[in-house]
Design a protein around this ligand. Sequence first.
Ligand SMILES: Cc1cc2nc3c(=O)[nH]c(=O)nc-3n(C[C@H](O)[C@H](O)[C@H](O)COP(=O)(O)OP(=O)(O)OC[C@H]3O[C@@H](n4cnc5c(N)ncnc54)[C@H](O)[C@@H]3O)c2cc1C
Length: 531
Amino acid sequence: MQAASKKSSRRTPPVSGALQTEVLVIGGGITGAGVARDLALRGIDCILVERYDINAGASGANHGLLHSGARYVSKDASAAAECRKEGALLKKLASDCIEDTGGLFVAIEGDDERFVADFPRLCARSGIDARSLPVEDAREMEPLLSDKLIAAYRVPDASVDPFKLTLENVHQARALGGSLLRHSEVTGFEIDRHRIVRTRLKNLLTGETFFIQADQVLNAAGAWAKEIAALAGCSLNLLYSKGTLLVTHNRLTRQVINRLRPSSNADILVPGGTVSILGTTSIRIDNLDAIYPTVEETDFILEEGASMIPALEKTRFIRAYAGVRPLLGSSTEGDDRKVSRGFALIDHAESGLNNFATITGGKLTTYRLMAEKAADLISQRLGVSTPCQTRTEPLPSAAGAKWTKPGLAPRMWIKEHAPDDILLCECEMVPKSVVDNLISSIRQQNGTPDLKALGVRSRIGKGACQGTFCALRTGAYLYDKGEVKEEEGLDGIRAFISERWRGIRPLLWDTPLIQAELQEAIYCGMYGLEL
Ligand SMILES: Cc1cc2nc3c(=O)[nH]c(=O)nc-3n(C[C@H](O)[C@H](O)[C@H](O)COP(=O)(O)OP(=O)(O)OC[C@H]3O[C@@H](n4cnc5c(N)ncnc54)[C@H](O)[C@@H]3O)c2cc1C
């Protein structure tokens, strides 16, 4: 790693009682994590703050599609080309987080044939390699596709593990000297002579207020970027579009399946390890506190998805979840899918603040480029001339991030488990040795290894039982190890199960209904817990 070539001559004198850093990055999603890594590789000191835990926002609630760009070719050719370039780079540089499945775009009877005919030309315009495939071959590759197929194209889509990607970015940033403060919510700014002098934060675990003094402040708070900007007296034009996704019990297809039509609801199925993810919707919302999947959305997604893959009607779903896309631009009537999926880097110098900027919008697929642009602006303001290195430096695999990978824990356990290495999560086969491993990596990050933190870093709670058994077993194990005491463990179990419940509630039919009744019997009947 090269050292920073020139440091800021504009450092404000340190204020006692405040943590000092060159750059404060707000928001521990993929964008904030990517910026922290980029800055660290340039030798710039940075603190990344997140009010909850890594990937609490859209980065932990998306489709996991590494876009080839084909989805955007008709409405946003430049966003499509951006996805193509970044997707190809990430396949090379972060291959550990990506399953290069390839993707199919398929049209069925009744779909707009003019759009189908135009598709290869539109892809070519954005440089995307789309190859026509006989429909029989497509159905041979993916037998669950409808027999009403009228066209199919192969594109270089892939599947990405967002949890691993964010954790690995954070891990390298920390390894190079950066810091991560979880459970730290930005609550205000102190401004003097056109600069943010100190940022006020609240530790959400202890309730304590503390301050960070940084030369530069970057707002990477995703859908909450508007609220953060407002705390600094700046305005942002953001729309909020909620999207809901459904997780199947088993993986249904080998590759990503897209419906070949102008983007609409429920027209993508993405394989993610041992499951498939179906979605999504796009619903304008005003209230960021109401991000949950609804029964109506679930019904709609299923109905639409089944016209492309009829087996979805009989598939068992284990969970639904929702995230919010911050869309840039002025309020348009009707379809939010028409609003650009590009990103914006806003230099708030225009609003009178010389050391504050916002990076928002964009895609998981384009996070690296977003981070590069934000870090370029910050470096220029700090007088650092070291160029971006994330375009060429592979993302190292971090030991603490590997357990998000579906199938890894079972493989390890079956191959080489010690006789006393009991399974704490049976659906995803997470043994106690993995939990021990995670506890020490969370401790190294000065974090608290509660159930939620373990869930973000592993497959605990992600299997068919959705926490019914593993929350209790892991909770009990944390008590045995002395990691939680008194009410802490029970509070953790309650919070974990309530969070899972949000995703089970819209799917209550057939087996999930039986599962939910069992969960209620265990938690409320046997253990007397009010959920
Ligand atoms: C339904 C859906 C499906 C999607 N599918 C895909 C896809 O398949 N492929 C793709 O490429 N992209 C997809 N996206 C887009 C992608 O998820 C986002 O572009 C990306 O995750 C945004 O990351 P971010 O870090 O900018 O924001 P976020 O991940 O939302 O992170 C912002 C963070 O800021 C934190 N924060 C907020 N306020 C404060 C505060 N006051 N103090 C401290 N921290 C704070 C939040 O807790 C949050 O963790 C999808 C998005 C949605 C919603």
